[in-house]
Design a protein around this ligand. Structure first.
Ligand SMILES: [Zn+2]
Length: 80
């Protein structure tokens, strides 16, 4: 993912990973999770289409937003 950078976990400093779970009603669902099993900080997300159908730009923009949210988070999990 060029230009999309996830910062290490704010809790433990471990590299996070992004995982997509399901495409449902043209929303792409997934989560960003800390790679440390003892920490397991997790932020779920849904990328919504900007028009009728989800397209590549929606995914890219969505991923930027997600990375932004992950990178800005200071501490605890919030339900989104
Ligand atoms: Zn962590």
């Amino acid at each position: 993912m060029n230009g999309i950078e996830l910062k290490p976990c704010p809790c433990c400093g471990t590299e996070p990973y992004t995982h997509f779970t399901v495409l449902k009603n043209d929303e792409l669902h997934g989560f960003v999770s800390c790679n440390n099993p003892k920490c397991a900080l997790k932020m779920s997300f849904a990328i919504k289409p900007s028009s009728i159908l989800l397209n590549f730009n929606d995914v890219i923009n969505g991923l930027h937003d997600i990375a932004d949210r992950w990178n800005r988070r200071a501490n605890r999990m919030s339900s989104i």
